[in-house]
Ligand binder design. Sequence first.
Ligand SMILES: Cc1cc2nc3c(=O)[nH]c(=O)nc-3n(C[C@H](O)[C@H](O)[C@H](O)COP(=O)(O)OP(=O)(O)OC[C@H]3O[C@@H](n4cnc5c(N)ncnc54)[C@H](O)[C@@H]3O)c2cc1C
Length: 327
Amino acid sequence: MNWRGVLVYAENYSGRIHRASFELLGKARELLPRISGELFAVTVTSENKAEEYSRELIAYGADKVVEYVVEENHLTNPLIHRNALIDAIKYIKPKLVLVPATPWGRSIAPRVAASIGTGITADCLDVYVDDEGNIVQVRPAFTGNIIAHIKTLTNPVITTVRPGVFQVPSPDYGRKGEALIRSIEASGADKLRVLRVARVKTVKLSEADVIVSIGKGVRSREDIKLFEELAREIGAQLACSKPLVDMGWMERDRQVGFSGNIVKPRLYIALGISGAPQHIAGMRDSKYVVSVNIDPSAPIAKYSDLFVVGDIYDVAKKILQALRNLK
Ligand SMILES: Cc1cc2nc3c(=O)[nH]c(=O)nc-3n(C[C@H](O)[C@H](O)[C@H](O)COP(=O)(O)OP(=O)(O)OC[C@H]3O[C@@H](n4cnc5c(N)ncnc54)[C@H](O)[C@@H]3O)c2cc1C
């Protein structure tokens, strides 16, 4: 069988295409000259959104959009999405399938890989084509101590990629493309009924422009209020290192790093964070990094544009006071 081109699973939620889907379309376009074939986006949608989604996906780089139009109550059923993706893979026969490593994408992709008997590499940080034309998937392994470069020996290659690692391409609403509607059977989907969406992620760190990130330099849960106020006053999102999540002081959605969010803000302010490799893995692509630490030899200094040796409480209070004076 001739496997060609790239298929991007375009996740949508609350009536919008997930930004990570656009990031994958941008990466797929970059890879396509080495893979040959076309770039397909596949999405499961309600009838009233089909046209809008296909227009957007073509603008962000898809040559063809394959849409599975389903009833509203099937939109949140992962088995319907699994069936759609399996149908699309059999129909398109893509060499590479890219799926956002969002909680939703992480639940769909392994079901698809298992159903069609191919390999999956989860949670990748990069994908490239080597000199021999093999697709290589890059992801941390052994608790982040090594970066593994993985080749899948079966077809198609299925890869989930963390949101935020690739740039969103600029949309071109003048691009020409094609939209196809396909139908799927709801077979097996009735075995799973979605009663309610338990929790909707409210923090979107991967889209934040400015982030104030706190670490174990914060002495108590109560003290977080000071840094929340600082973040609010400078229009930043509040984030943290892993220990604060492990202690139950902060929500997991706010964790930056290898096992949290990958962020790329314009400004990343790290307060009382030492700069462990697992934390750096999540913020190293920030445009400008300012860090404050009492220890002049803290490893985060190497990754900072401005490294302040000082107490985070003093610095936070002084900035807040200066802002009050300005007002
Ligand atoms: C499999 C695995 C996955 C992981 N994933 C992640 C991840 O996604 N994200 C993550 O962050 N970590 C992750 N970790 C944990 C990581 O290895 C570190 O333990 C963690 O990042 C350390 O957090 P920290 O910098 O806040 O704490 P510490 O390393 O304890 O550093 C605290 C810093 O605060 C400074 N400090 C203390 N008091 C003050 C003060 N008053 N003013 C100024 N500075 C002060 C200290 O000098 C120190 O540098 C992971 C670990 C493993 C094994």
